[in-house]
Design a binder for this molecule. Structure first.
Ligand code: C2E
Ligand code: CA
Ligand code: CA
Length: 553
């Protein structure tokens, strides 16, 4: 900013107008009076001629002084204007770029894209709008800190810029989300494919920073304004193009990340369906459509029922009974998983309190829930409110929970275990937990994933993985549960492997609270109080029926 930056611009302008007026008047006066006075004054000085009128000489001098004043003010003004222009340019640049990476920002990218679209369109060229983001940026930040995260973003931009064609422009849309727009000869979309493939190749090289080496992957979504190639109707403006690239990026993420997709119209439907699901989930949660189902857990040696795993179901009036594989990922994504899980837990605690005290209750916990530092406290509070004994509760966490923040997970596990809650490692073998983590984290149980257990199905066939996990469990002194026990063959194989718990369709499909209640009542495994209540209810029902019958008679 200039020194005059704080002055009232109106005042300066007024002063400039007066200064200009004075200077102009002075020049006119000089022309008017100077013609007769100047030669006389010069003659008086140089050749001793007759003296000019003193008054006129004074006026002349005043004129000259005023002209000098006007000239200086004019120069000042020009300098001021130049400074202001520079400041404006800087402000404009700051408003249009991202300060960290020097890329364009989201706002200016719209304008730049529109601009490039017009220019390339005029040349008969198409443009590709490529949106990309990092698949594991949160992890990088959590593990190495935000300074490293920032440095990675800067390096990433340098790598992308080095690959981009000359007219392409790169923007940081926010966080770890970027986009670039590039022209290409219409019909030759393979040019864009080539560039994107080279991008993946560049990203595959680890990012060397002074203290650490970071590895990352990216996902990319691409949209084009070249209708012939896309067969999905015209793109009307930059916003539509960006929206399509965003949908393609979302698709790439859903397909497993570290890949790219061009936008196709199907993606729009996919997203619409997802949005419908999202709305349905929000509504369903508020009206209690999410209910716990229970799957039996059996002691393999004795065949006795030892507990249940709670498995969530969505009883959607529109879609029917929906599996958690569909709604849990969405609930995680839209930040509803904690609320959903807590509601289900409340119901499950109430149900399980009616069961015999010997029966345990297992609950699945999402990695997203474990990111909350207060998770253990919230869970313990729920237990107290429900008056449910912590010793009967087992929580199941998957290996992917351990990547987010092992330190935090360890402290939560410890505080839960201190209260008597048991912790199982679910789906063991499908993730990447190291032996070191297994040793250092105080788990109470390992659950062998059903994909390995299924290998035991073929008679006589040995599953070296299941055997290895069993040996590992024994070595670490950790009890095991085998999931997905579907038939006698599998059970037979498991029986040779020592003490195990098992669950699966052989023992029954997951069922709702009412079905469990009936099952347990038949087995004499409901608490005395509820059995008495049920007996009372049954007698009342019988009496009523008898009464109705006698009335009819
Ligand atoms: P999981 O923890 O591995 O749960 C066991 C899944 O295997 C259940 O599917 C169950 O129905 C299924 N299953 C049980 N026995 C057999 C069998 O013999 N053969 C086969 N093929 N499958 C069997 P479900 O209920 O669809 O649950 C899927 C996953 O959803 C669960 O996998 C669990 O990770 C997650 N989940 C379920 N309820 C919740 C919940 O309340 N919260 C969270 N965060 N996740 C949940
Ligand atoms: Ca589980
Ligand atoms: Ca499992």
């Amino acid at each position: 900013m200039t020194d005059h930056g704080t002055e009232n611009p109106l005042e300066t302008a007024e002063r400039d107008v007066i200064a200009l007026g004075i200077a102009v008047a002075a020049i006119i006066l000089l022309v008017g009076t100077g013609g007769s006075v100047l030669p006389k004054a010069l003659a008086a000085i140089v050749a001793n001629g007759s003296k000019p009128d003193v008054l006129l000489v004074n006026a002349l001098l005043l004129n000259i002084a005023l002209i000098i004043f006007g000239w200086r003010r004019y120069r000042e003004l020009m300098r001021e204007i130049a400074e202001r222009r520079r400041a404006e340019e800087r402000a404009h640049l700051l408003a249009a770029t991202d300060p960290l990476t020097q890329c364009l920002n989201r706002r200016s990218m719209v304008e730049v894209t529109e601009d490039l679209r017009a220019r390339s369109g005029a040349r008969g060229e198409a443009i590709a709008y490529c949106m990309f983001d990092l698949d594991n940026f949160k992890q990088i930040n959590d593990m190495h800190g935000h300074t490293t995260g920032d440095a990675v973003l800067v390096m990433l931009c340098d790598r992308v810029r080095a690959l981009m064609p000359h007219e392409a422009r790169l923007a940081r849309l926010g966080g770890d989300e970027f986009a670039f727009v590039m022209p290409y000869p219409a019909g030759q979309s393979d040019r864009v494919d080539d560039l994107v493939i080279r991008m993946f190749e560049r990203m595959a090289h680890p990012f060397q920073l002074p203290e650490v080496t970071v590895e990352l992957t990216i996902s990319i979504g691409i949209a084009t304004d070249n209708e012939a190639g896309a067969q999905v109707g015209a793109v009307s403006d930059a916003a539509a193009l960006m929206h399509r690239a965003d949908m393609a990026l979302y698709h790439a993420k859903k397909q497993g990340r570290n890949r790219y997709f061009w936008f196709e119209s199907g993606m729009e439907h996919e997203l619409k369906f997802r949005n419908q699901l999202e709305t349905g989930i929000r509504r369903g949660l508020s009206v209690g459509e999410f209910v716990p189902f229970y799957e039996q857990q059996i002691d393999v040696q004795s065949g006795a029922l030892v507990g249940f795993e709670m498995l969530a179901r969505w009883r959607s009036p529109k879609l029917g009974l929906i599996s958690p594989d569909i709604f849990v990922p969405i609930a995680e994504e839209i930040g509803l998983i904690t609320e959903m899980s807590e509601r289900l837990m409340e119901q499950a605690f109430a149900d399980a309190r009616e069961w015999d005290d010997s029966l345990s209750l297992s609950i699945n916990i999402s990695p997203v829930q474990l990111r909350d530092p207060w998770f253990a406290q919230r869970l313990l509070k729920k237990l107290v409110e429900a008056n449910f004994p912590p010793q009967r509760l087992e929580i199941e966490i998957t290996e992917s929970c351990l990547h987010d923040n092992v330190g935090l997970v360890r402290s939560m596990i410890t505080s839960l275990r201190n209260q008597g809650v048991q912790i199982s490692l679910d789906d063991f073998g499908t993730g990447y937990s190291s032996l070191e983590q297994l040793r250092s984290l105080p788990f109470d149980r390992i659950k062998i994933d059903r994909s390995f257990v299924a290998e035991l199905r073929e008679p006589g066939r040995k599953s070296s993985i299941v055997e290895a996990i069993v040996a590992l469990g024994r070595g670490l002194d950790l009890p095991l549960t085998a999931e997905g026990v579907e038939d006698e063959e599998i059970l037979k194989a498991l029986k040779t492997m020592g003490r195990l718990k098992a669950q699966g369709y052989l023992y029954g499909h997951p069922e709702d609270a009412d079905a469990v209640r009936k099952r347990l009542r038949a087995a004499g495994l409901m608490t005395a109080a509820t059995t008495a209540d049920a007996a009372q209810a049954e007698t009342a029902e019988q009496e009523q029926t008898a009464h109705q019958n006698s009335n009819r008679a």
